[in-house]
Design a protein around this ligand. Sequence first.
Ligand SMILES: [Zn+2]
Length: 397
Amino acid sequence: MCQIVEKAVAEGLSRRGVLAGIAAIAGGAALAGCAPTTAPVAAPAAAQNQPRAAAEGYRTRLVLLGTAGGPAWHVGERSGISSALAVGDRYYLIDAGAGVTHRLRGSGLGSPQPTRGPLDTLNAVFLTHLHSDHICDLPALLSAGWANGLSQNARRPVAVWGPGNRGALPPLFGQASEPPVVAPNNSTPGTEEMVGLLVGAFATDFNDRARDTGTPVPDQLFAGHDLPLPAEHLRDPNGTPHPRMSPVTFYEDDLVRVSATLVQHAPVFPALAYRFDTDDGSIVFSGDTAPSDNLVELAAGADVLVHEVMDRQAVESAFPPPRTEAVEALIRHTLDAHTTIEDVGPIAERAGAGTLVLNHLVPAFTPDDRRLAAQNGYSGRLVVGHDLEQIGIGAPR
Ligand SMILES: [Zn+2]
């Protein structure tokens, strides 16, 4: 990723270079994995760490599985974006980025027995949007889930919730001619269709195992669902900013009530944030978003707000001046789809959130010290998220 950006800069941002940069940025990845060359990577401040032991005794816990934003693969401390909310001995998965299967295994969620867990206690999956960095390991979860706890899950089929069909291709940015359209007969499938397409893609394996060893078929294990947002908010997928709306409650079981709202991640649409209300407190996941009044309303009074964050300084340093108008537009385009370190604190303050947890960190290896600037304008507790940290909600039981 860094090389793409640096090459674009070196080439004076030729058309090819700019398009490569746009393509890289389109996944919310702008500079994921690009540590600024002048800034050393600092060890996480000890006071920021929230190890699993810190949440022991809590019935309801936020579990950070992967905290890196963007589709670049990382080696080391940060996996792709994914979180879990555990309530008692059950849990909910929010996004399924690169490495989620291994992070689940290391999290302590579900049964530790290799063939019984960790998916035996998974209640539901919630996808914030269909950018690849949020869903790329969903196929791994679904195709091999039967061998990792789904078969033993008492609540199967497990629901996979997410945005519906976009309904129209996004507008062109930074190029004059139309690129080829992928899957022109259905070029913007939603969650339910995507899960169905994945089942079709893995049909050889599913049929083989069902006939050979009696393995449950996908309909017995999981089911994709499109979020039922009011049609009036979905009319213009290319409108920006997103439609103003109040949260919609769409899911409830004996442990949680889940509400959602549209957030600002254009050209991605629908892009969603989720709120989980439990007996122990409320937790909100922003998904990928620029500052959004919908998100502030959703997060009103939440105990924990888990919010994405982008390092503006790193973005701008990758495109040093003098900049062409095209480069300035590219930087604006990137920042317009995300929330900067400087902006996230006041958002949490407006919402009145008790704790702000930063995740979907772009670039992944911006020093934590710089992210601590998110405290500016926020009077609550700030946590810079790290993989496999856990945060208790409410009081220990
Ligand atoms: Zn995204």
